[in-house]
Design a binder for this molecule. Structure first.
Ligand code: FEO
Length: 403
């Protein structure tokens, strides 16, 4: 039944044999509105090599794509696991059972991680910088610890000049096109930034280390093949994604602001609207996000692309409103840097919510030039005027920062 799944040629010796997950909308808490792909690649040489596998339910699709190239999946000699997270390794046990490879390779930490997940699959650990010979070509391994997990490594195929980069330089984007040029640039730009913000933002120093180390590796990279989303094969696309990673990792403040709020009876909502209008009046582009209709990963995407983040919520049962607690827990873990922050909200009698929001902004290290602003029950006209002025002041402070 799966035989209509075909491989896609990347180079004369490299084929895409992954899977398209059109329907995934929640990737460990990250809202994947455009779905995703789990990319796997088949290298044709004397030793036929499969690089990465797919999420477990997609193994039949991947095996069918492999069959479309080599007929019999047992012709695969080697399997390489660049990354042990289950969106790539979940299909490894079934793949090993079907393919019966001569050897399975992973990094030293990958070896231990795969053992913990699946038991003994006969994985051979490789060293950082080690290469294996596939016949005419060599496949070299470079550890990229914490990009995205401690086990992560990338592989470089010398004859085809392909860097198999696992999570790095990827994005969650389902589609029938396999290459960057198949998609509109605005889609690529949004999804790449969203992916970085939600998967890699807290690892920005490691990303910069990798980008700084890349030239010294002396790899002639003509194709970058990540494990999610499009393959980059045009020089301008490779330059674009590398520059975007550097920009995102540097986290320099930008003249954008995000105002995220939760509201029970529209009091905090009215404050958020007045605040946003004040920021806009100062000349700063602002995005107003109601947590009823914007999930945590959409908010984090805007936080990463902003120089000012404001969070507002009411107090409920002596706590900040739960939707705000969820979002702030997530944002804090992704460690945004170089931001201005502002906390606001409404309350009826105890008022802990706003203080808790401010405390999280303190933990994040956000500079807060304005005090916590809270109103009792419903904002008055004076309150709205005051928070509008606060917005204008915050907007001006941000513009001073990005000059
Ligand atoms: Fe696509 Fe870190 O897994």
């Amino acid at each position: 039944m799966e035989e209509y799944f075909k491989a896609v040629k990347i180079t004369e010796k490299v084929y895409w044999v992954g899977a398209i997950d059109w329907s995934v909308r929640n990737f460990h808490g990250y809202e994947t509105g455009r779905g995703s792909t789990y990319n796997a690649f088949l290298v044709l040489d004397e030793k036929i090599t499969l690089i990465d596998t797919v999420k477990a339910p997609f193994v039949p699709e991947m095996l069918a794509r492999i069959r479309s190239v080599i007929g019999d999946v047992t012709k695969v000699d080697y399997v390489v696991s660049n990354h042990a997270e289950p969106d790539h390794s979940g299909g490894l046990p079934a793949t090993v059972a079907a393919v019966k490879p001569e050897k399975v390779f992973a990094s030293a930490i990958g070896h231990k991680t795969l053992m913990a997940y699946y038991g003994d699959l006969g994985v051979i650990p490789v060293k950082n910088g080690e290469a294996i010979n596939l016949g005419r070509s060599n496949l070299a391994f470079v550890e990229t610890k914490m990009l995205h997990w401690p086990d992560s490594m990338v592989s470089y195929l010398d004859t085809e000049k392909v860097l198999f980069s696992q999570d790095a330089f990827g994005m969650h984007l389902a589609g029938s096109g396999r290459f960057g040029e198949d998609y509109p640039q605005f889609v690529l730009d949004y999804e790449a930034r969203k992916y970085f913000a939600n998967i890699l933002n807290h690892l920005s120093p490691k990303v910069l280390d990798l980008l700084d180390a890349l030239p010294g590796l002396n790899l002639d990279i003509q194709i970058v093949a990540p494990d999610h989303g499009p393959v980059w094969r045009r020089p301008e696309d490779i330059a674009w994604i590398i520059n975007l990673y550097r920009e995102c990792a540097l986290q320099a403040p930008r003249a954008h602001a995000v105002v995220a709020f939760a509201s029970m009876w529209h009091s905090t909502e009215r404050l958020a609207e007045a605040l946003s209008d004040g920021i806009r009046a100062a000349g700063v582009e602002v995005k107003l996000m109601d947590l009823q209709v914007n999930d945590r990963s959409a908010v984090m995407t805007e936080v990463a692309n902003s120089g000012l983040m404001a969070f507002g919520a009411p107090t409920m049962n002596n706590q900040m409103f739960p939707a705000m607690a969820d979002t702030l827990c997530y944002v804090k873990g992704l460690r945004p840097k170089n931001k201005l922050g502002f906390a606001f909200g409404s309350y009826g009698w105890s008022g802990e919510g706003g203080k808790q929001i401010k405390a999280v902004l303190d933990e994040i290290g956000a500079e807060q030039p304005q005090e916590l602003f809270q109103v009792k029950y419903m904002p008055t006209s004076e309150d709205l005027k005051k928070i509008h002025e606060i917005g204008e002041s915050l907007g001006r402070s941000l513009l001073d920062r990005v000059k």
